[in-house]
Design a protein around this ligand. Structure first.
Ligand code: UDP
Ligand code: LCN
Length: 800
């Protein structure tokens, strides 16, 4: 047994409290399920320790183990626990429930134990394909501290520059090689062929800096470039003499004494990203009339804002480097001929508010070559993606005239296509998860066979593993998306070890300590979402329409009529997915006379007429909404309107709700990030949001909003009622939370901060990709095999 401190302590408890441990496990005999979650194990333990026979285990190492149990699998006479003290400390223990002994298991043994429970008729499958990515990164720097997770770039720079410059001259030669790479449309940038070794570079730098010292700092490149060109320097170092001198000094300092901070600063200004491709195939990706369509939500909003911010930042940076080049961005999605009133049937659509960014749409094709005319669900896209990626590659080359400098994937399908493109075109690959499915559906890995006909998770998780392990860097919106919290697993962490019985077993799928992870949080569109106190900007012209929306009579597209217009409004708005828990909120409200007395409820989402919906999950939620409105007789206190497609209108609605002294409620069972939360906060509307997912980090509970546990409806309504009471007693309280919300967003969640950071990361990871390319070959080959033998086979089978 490895020398885990906790294990030794548990061993001692077993020896000293054998009887209590036996009786604890004895209570497992009545279990109806073989798999227990952390909350189940804790509940069983609490009930047991309330009895006399259990008291001795209270406060012991055994209790410590129970609270850290991520899951427990039971098959008589064994109970196996996966213990997670934090993302770095996972271990597995097996208890013999009759003989009361324990032993540590390897991750493989633990996963095999689970497999035998799911498939009791099969012998333990020693030969099942086992995936382990650890050997490929063993020689690569890895972080150790949980607080460093999500700050990979700083760590990577420190670690790799130390390594690269340990043999200084060799390191400098690599840097020189990298600087000679840059060009745009065949025109070389930065260094000419004249500078072909480090000695020449040093000399040239000395000469150039002397020249520049004599120049007016504001002089532009064309005014002083003559001498520099002679020395071997090409455009790309800066717009003004001052900036060029600064870049030369940075490089010269690095060549004198390499330092990671200097290197980061220097790399961050190298002009190397001019053409960018953003992949997002599923759903309806357009600029109007798309929200409310199936599979279409925050990801689309995120991408359009991202593009505008990135183009602005790229233009600014390219200009600062003295180049007259217009960056180009293509957002690539699926062309849907039957476009349901959207522009998704147009092959090319310029993005408003940009100079040179477009949506490029490429259709899915059947094996016969016929175009797939209709929208298809994100769960069904897999058989089309490889062919799609080939056509996309051709279209990109045609549109851009050259390969892109960076490909960014979004969600599982966009990420796997980004992988295909980056591999074939040899470009830097970044991925963004948004909301992956694995953590949304309980036991989606273990019981994959039961769900595969509907969801095809076997393919999706394979795609996720490929994308995560091939990406040069990964952007997340929050920390917990990577590594979770003390009580929940991170979205990425859930890929570190899992099994899909009879398909494959993953013992090291992703490492949350990998320096490829970086937190770069999105923001809200400040043109639409601004403070309710900004009277000049407010869209007062919409007040009549908004008043109708909130207080109007029941119609075809609304239900309920708010009788008491003087109460503050509780507002919620989301896609009608199960996970958003909107009907959960309506039920809490229905059951809480206190809350009903204090506020009206406004719900925006879905359709009132169920026949208008195309989505099964949405239909279920619509049915449930009607049932709840009837059951709790809510028609005079709840106003339900259909989803709202116009962001400017939505912005003014948040502000109008703020005018009533109201709040925005986001009650999701899990929310990957939660753009609505940031939008409402930007408008100064206090937010009460789920503690599972992004809102946990966005909001500081009690300061810039409030957290609620979506599994504890009564407590949630009590907390909201208490907020309204406090607002009544302390006239400034609502205002304080409102102002703190705006401050919080301005400090952390803006698109300008996002774009600056993403551009810096792209350059730095691009650089390290170039430097470490030979070390990554084994990993790439392993992925290629996994792609061909597993992903492709699964996707082709689904297509038949
Ligand atoms: N949204 C909207 N109208 C609606 C519902 C949502 O405009 O009726 C917008 C909302 O303003 C936000 C996005 O859709 O910009 C939802 O993003 P979020 O991250 O909150 O959730 P997702 O839908 O991505 O899960
Ligand atoms: C998907 C989600 O479910 C949201 O939580 C995010 O805010 C959105 O994508 C944008 O990343």
């Amino acid at each position: 047994m490895k020398n885990h401190k906790l294990l030794n302590k548990i061993q001692k408890v077993l020896e000293e409290n054998r009887k209590a441990v036996y009786l604890f496990f004895h209570s497992f005999q009545n279990l109806e399920r073989p798999f227990l979650l952390r909350s189940d194990v804790i509940d069983i333990f609490e009930i047991f320790t309330e009895q006399e026979s259990g008291i001795s285990l209270k406060g012991s190492a055994f209790e410590e183990m129970i609270s850290a149990s991520e899951e427990c699998a039971v098959r008589f006479p064994f109970a196996c626990f996966a213990i997670r003290q934090d993302p770095s400390t996972w271990f597995y223990i097996r208890f013999h429930m009759e003989d009361i002994f324990m032993e540590e298991l390897t991750v493989t043994e633990f996963l095999m134990f689970k497999e035998t429970i799911v498939e009791p008729d099969r012998a333990p499958d020693e030969s099942l394909l086992e995936l382990d990515f650890e050997p490929f990164v063993r020689e690569f720097p890895r972080m150790r501290e949980t607080r460093s997770i999500g700050r990979g770039v700083e760590f990577l720079n420190r670690a790799l520059s130390g390594r690269m410059f340990s043999q200084q001259e060799e390191g400098f030669a690599k840097l020189l090689q990298f600087l000679r790479l840059h060009q745009f449309n065949g025109q070389p940038l930065m260094l000419s062929k004249r500078i072909n070794d480090v000695v020449t570079l040093r000399e040239a730098l000395r000469g150039a800096m002397k020249e520049l010292d004599k120049c007016d700092p504001d002089a532009e490149w064309r005014e002083f470039s003559g001498q520099l060109l002679e020395l071997g320097f090409l455009p790309g170092w800066g717009k003004t003499a001052e900036r060029v001198l600064d870049s030369f000094q940075l490089l010269s300092d690095i060549l004198e004494a390499p330092d990671p901070a200097l290197l980061e600063k220097f790399l961050a200004r190298i002009p190397m990203i001019f053409r960018l491709v953003i992949m997002s195939p599923h759903g309806f990706l357009g600029q109007a009339n798309v929200l409310g369509k199936p599979d279409t939500g925050g990801q689309v909003v995120y991408i359009l804002n991202q593009v505008r911010a990135l183009e602005k930042e790229m233009t600014l940076q390219i200009e600062e480097q003295g180049l007259d080049i217009h960056p180009e961005i293509l957002v690539v999605t699926r062309l849907i001929p039957e476009s349901q009133g959207t522009t998704c049937n147009q092959p090319v659509e310029p993005i408003t508010g940009t100079q040179n960014a477009k949506i490029l749409r490429v259709p899915f094709r059947e094996p016969s070559g016929d175009v797939v005319p209709q929208w298809i669900s994100r769960f069904e896209v897999w058989p089309y993606l490889e062919r799609f990626s080939l056509e996309v590659e051709r279209e990109i080359l045609q549109q851009m005239g050259s390969k892109p400098d960076l490909v960014i994937g979004n969600y599982s399908d966009g990420n796997i296509v980004a992988y295909m493109l980056a591999q074939r075109m040899g470009v830097t690959q970044c991925i963004i998860a948004h909301a992956l499915e694995k953590s949304k559906y309980l036991y989606s890995d273990l019981h994959w066979k039961d769900m595969d006909s509907q969801y095809h998770f076997s393919i999706q998780f394979t795609a996720d593993l490929l994308a995560m392990n091939s990406a040069d860097f990964i952007i997340t919106s929050t920390y917990q998306e990577i590594a979770g919290t003390s009580f929940s697993l991170g979205q990425y962490e859930s890929y570190s070890a899992f099994t899909m019985p009879d398909l494959y077993r993953v013992v090291n799928g992703v490492d949350v300590f990998d320096p490829k992870f970086n937190i770069v949080s999105p923001g809200a569109d400040d043109g639409a979402f601004f403070s309710c106190r900004d009277e000049e900007k407010r869209l007062n012209e919409l007040s009549g329409e908004i008043s109708d929306l909130i207080f109007g009579k029941t119609g075809d597209d609304s239900r309920g009529h708010l009788e008491d217009k003087n109460k503050p409004i509780l507002f919620t708005m989301a896609r009608f997915d199960r996970i958003k828990n909107i009907t959960g909120l309506v039920e809490w409200y229905g059951k809480s006379p206190e809350l009903r007395e204090r506020a009206n409820l406004l719900v925006a989402g879905g359709f009132i007429d169920i026949n208008k919906s195309q989505d099964e999950e949405e239909k279920y939620q619509i049915r449930r909404m009607h049932e709840l409105m009837d059951q709790y007789q809510l028609d005079s206190q709840v106003r339900w309107v259909e989803f709202l497609p116009d962001k400017n209108f939505v912005g003014e609605l948040y502000r109008s709700v703020a005018d009533t002294g109201g709040v925005f409620v986001q009650p999701a069972l899990f929310e990957a990030f939660g753009l609505t939360v940031v939008e409402a906060m930007s408008c100064g509307l206090p937010v009460v949001a789920t503690c599972f997912g992004g809102p946990l980090e966005i909001i500081q509970d009690g300061k810039s909003g409030f957290h609620i546990d979506p599994n504890q409806g009564q407590k949630a309504t009590e907390k909201i009622s208490a907020f309204f009471d406090r607002c009544r007693n302390e006239p400034d309280y609502w205002e304080t939370i409102s102002r703190n919300s705006i401050e919080r967003v301005e400090e952390r969640y803006t698109w300008t901060l996002y774009a600056r950071r993403l551009m810096t990361l792209s350059r730095i990871y691009g650089f390290w990709r170039f430097i470490t390319r030979s070390e990554r070959q084994e990993n790439n080959r392993y992925l290629e095999m996994f792609y061909n033998l597993m992903y492709k086979r699964l996707a082709e089978t689904l297509g038949k």
